[in-house]
Design a protein around this ligand. Structure first.
Ligand code: DX5
Ligand code: ZN
Length: 214
C-alpha cells in the first residue's frame, strides 16, 4: 500500500521534527492540503510554507488543491516541487484542458471527487489521469469520520479503470485509519491519505507502518 500522510494534521510549531519523521518513515509521499476559504470552509497554508516543505521533505509531494480556479496556480505548484497536482472535479469547467496543462508542466495529474460527486463523471477523462482522489469526508478539515459509501465508489472506480484500460491509481482521503484502511485495500485502493491517524498517534512511525503493511 502507498501511504501519503497529510501535513494538515502536523504540529506547525514543530514542522522540522514532523518532516524529519516523514523522511525516516515508510511513507512514499507527503499529502499537502491547500484551501482557499471559498471552495471549502477553511484556510490552511499556501506557497511560502510549501517552499519550505519542499526544501526539507525528501518524499514526493502529493498536492491536493481545495481552491477555486486551480488552473491559475499550476506554475506555482510545480515550482514548489509538487510531483502530483490534484484538482477538484467540482472546480474545473474545462477539466480536460486543466489536466493537459498540469501534465505539460511536468507533473502527474489527479482529479478529486467530493463525496456527493459520482465516479461516472470521470468516464471520458479517466484515460488521461495518473490518479483519482476520492474524498471519504467533506473536504476542509482533518479528523472527520470516514463515509462508508466511499467503499462502493472505490469498487466502481476500479471497474471503470479496468474497463477503459486506464493506468490511474486510486487514492482515498479522509478518516483513514488501520480499520478503514483495510476496508479500502479490499475494495481496491492504491494510496491512503492519513492525517490525524498519523500525526496525532503516540508513535507516528508505527501508524504509518500499520497502513504500509496492510
Ligand atoms: C481534508 C483533507 C485531508 C485531511 C485528512 O479536507 O483533504 O487530507 O488532512 O485528515 P484525516 O486523515 O484526519 O481525516
Ligand atoms: Zn487532502
Amino acid at each position: 500500500m502507498i501511504v501519503s500522510p497529510s501535513l494538515l494534521s502536523a504540529d506547525f510549531g514543530n514542522l522540522n521534527r514532523d518532516l524529519e519523521m516523514i523522511n525516516n518513515s515508510e511513507a512514499q509521499m507527503l499529502h499537502i492540503d491547500i484551501m482557499d476559504g471559498v471552495f471549502v470552509p477553511n484556510i490552511s497554508f499556501g506557497f511560502p510554507v510549501l517552499e519550505y516543505v519542499k526544501k526539507t521533505c525528501k518524499k514526493p509531494l502529493d498536492v491536493h488543491l481545495m481552491i477555486v480556479e486551480p488552473q491559475k496556480f499550476i506554475k506555482e505548484v510545480k515550482d514548489c516541487g509538487a510531483e502530483i497536482m490534484n484538482v477538484h472535479y467540482e472546480t474545473c469547467t474545462h477539466l480536460h484542458r486543466v489536466i493537459q496543462q498540469i501534465k505539460a508542466a511536468g507533473m502527474k495529474a489527479g482529479v478529486t471527487l467530493n463525496p456527493a460527486t459520482p465516479v461516472c463523471v470521470l468516464r471520458d477523462i479517466i484515460c488521461e489521469l495518473d490518479l483519482v482522489l476520492l474524498m471519504s469526508v467533506n473536504p476542509g478539515f482533518g479528523g472527520q469520520k470516514f463515509i462508508p459509501h466511499t467503499l462502493n465508489k472505490v469498487r466502481e472506480l476500479r471497474t471503470l479503470i479496468k474497463e477503459t484500460g486506464s493506468n490511474a491509481l486510486i487514492e482515498v482521503d479522509g478518516g483513514v485509519n488501520d480499520k478503514t484502511g483495510a476496508e479500502l485495500r479490499d475494495a481496491g485502493a492504491d494510496i491512503l491519505v492519513a492525517g490525524n491517524y498519523v500525526f496525532k498517534a503516540e508513535n507516528p512511525l508505527e501508524a504509518i507502518q500499520s497502513l504500509y503493511i496492510l
